[in-house]
Design a protein around this ligand. Structure first.
Ligand code: NDP
Length: 465
């Protein structure tokens, strides 16, 4: 191990990181997203390992990058025309040191083991930061719900749950939604679980209000991400009032990010989906947002329709021949990536920095490539990495679990106040951990260190299991 520990700028790989990543790469070939997530965390931890040698002798790092359990299963289903399809289902039960496995299910054609392992790994540290007793997990399937009827989605969800049910439970593993899994899909999966097991249990979060859900759960990731940005801005005596903001995506996280930015006096000028992006210089106000919610949540339409509806807007088709995404080159103060992983590359990051962005709060998981992340950290902007900034969603899932087990139902104001408190606490954990380990202002290191220490201590206490 070299003596380089932690610093306010991005790390160049030390011998310690290189050696660790060489082994990780050999053990997990063909898993680039997972290795990217591991690299980000391990790069922050050298100073911790130096100060706490018990983690080295306990081989905690090697243990923490190995999922406790990986499940893969067949999901056969029949479409409306009677044709039989087969998808691949997964659940990664990554770490249960501080509580039952907890993390979303993603239904998207790009889903594979590497992506779910990266998401599950991130979830371990994110859940630790929330201060709630939740371990980390993630799952999903390479199923594409787009263009499928409600009946087809229901049959898929039922088949998926017909296998998953035997691996989950309120004290074992409690999945939630993610890309492609919203209230409709959670409902179909919950119904199937209840029928098979004959129990009404808190086994999925993101449930409807009439059947065990929590107020503010749909809003939580977006709201939390904006609260985190406000906390970062407050360190410079600023607020979101009057700030121009870029948001990508247009469904769950994106919608409630826009809603909260509007509440706090900011102006959002972009949204996107996989077909392209819109720019609306007048801002996406409450009325326009309500139209987007109807478009995406009920009519399941495309964001291009926004520009047909509102003359102040222009639509730009996605252009894969470009080496950057022009959405990120729009002049703005703040950016809230809320679509998917690696949607901001190094060129996007340099366009953002050149065009005025000095706050990035990540709603999506790992939306910035490693190079983009380094560019933000080195520029000294307020950069809130996903595992801290988007933890509000899982935090309110944790509150949903607490309400379900006590048969209680908190008001909207109560849940929102708890969410704000949790985001404040996550922010201060990042600030304190980064200060303690000599990397003040670096929220990436702060989040990784604070999230890691709690899980590592629990693993040490529980022995070699
Ligand atoms: P949704 O399915 O509700 O929305 C995803 C949005 O991102 C859609 O607009 C989708 O467009 C777009 N998108 C997805 N993949 C791509 C792609 N490859 N290229 C361009 N656009 C894409 O998902 P969520 O809002 O729930 O999740 C968004 C992000 O936030 C994900 O990274 C997720 O892991 C993360 N997250 C979500 C949480 C939650 O509570 N839901 C909690 C924490 C993190 P299209 O419809 O065209 O595919």
């Amino acid at each position: 191990m070299t003596t380089t520990t932690c610093c306010p700028t991005a790390h160049t790989d030390t011998q310690f990181v290189q050696d660790f990543m060489e082994k990780a790469t050999t053990r997990n070939p063909h898993e680039p997203e997972f290795l990217q997530a591991v690299h980000e965390v391990v790069s922050s931890l050298e100073g911790v390992m130096e100060k706490r040698p018990q983690y080295v002798s306990g081989n905690i790092l090697q243990r923490i990058v190995e999922p406790e359990r990986v499940l893969q299963f067949r999901v056969p289903w029949v479409d409306d025309a009677g044709e039989v399809h087969v998808n691949r289902g997964y659940r990664i039960e990554f770490n249960s040191a501080i509580g039952p496995y907890k993390g979303g299910l993603r239904f998207h054609p790009t889903v594979n083991l590497s992506i779910l392992k990266f998401l599950g790994f991130e979830q371990v540290f994110k859940n630790s930061l929330t201060t709630l007793p939740m371990g980390g997990g993630k799952g999903g399937a390479d199923f594409n719900p787009k263009g499928r009827s409600d009946g087809e989605v229901m049959r898929f969800c039922q088949s998926f749950m017909a296998e998953l049910y035997r691996h989950i439970g309120p004290d074992t593993d409690v999945p939630a939604g993610d890309i492609g899994v919203g209230g409709r899909e959670i409902g179909y999966m919950f119904g199937q679980y209840k029928k098979i097991t004959n129990t009404f249990a808190g086994v999925l979060t993101g449930r409807g209000l009439e059947w065990g859900g929590s107020l503010i759960r749909p809003e939580a990731t977006g709201y939390g991400c904006v609260y985190f940005a406000s906390e970062m801005l407050a360190t410079r005596g600023e607020t979101l009032e009057g700030k121009t903001c870029l948001v990508s995506g247009s469904v769950n996280v994106a919608q409630y990010t826009v809603e909260k930015i509007n509440d706090l006096g900011g102006k959002v000028v972009t949204l996107s989906d996989s077909g392209g992006w819109i720019y609306d210089g007048d801002g996406i106000d409450e009325g326009k947002l309500a139209w987007v919610m109807d478009l995406k949540n009920n009519r399941r339409g495309r964001i291009s329709e926004y520009a047909d509806q509102f003359p102040s807007a222009e639509f730009h088709s996605r252009d894969d021949s470009l080496s950057h995404n022009p959405l990120w080159a729009v002049n703005a103060d703040c950016a809230f990536p809320s679509a998917t992983q690696n949607e901001i590359n190094e060129m996007d990051a340099s366009n953002m920095l050149r065009n005025g962005v000095y706050v990035v709060s990540e709603g999506a998981n790992m939306p910035s490539t490693a190079d983009a992340q380094d560019a933000f950290v080195n520029a000294g902007i307020l950069y809130g990495p996903a595992k801290a900034a988007n933890a509000g969603g899982v935090a309110v899932s944790g509150l949903e679990m607490a309400q379900a087990s006590q048969r209680l139902f908190w008001t909207r104001e109560e849940v929102d106040a708890k969410l704000q408190q949790i985001m404040k606490s996550i922010h201060s954990q990042c600030v304190h951990a980064s200060a303690e380990f000599g990397c003040q202002g670096n929220y990436v290191d702060g989040a990784n260190i604070a999230g890691f220490i709690k899980v590592a201590d629990a693993m040490m206490a529980q022995g070699i299991v």
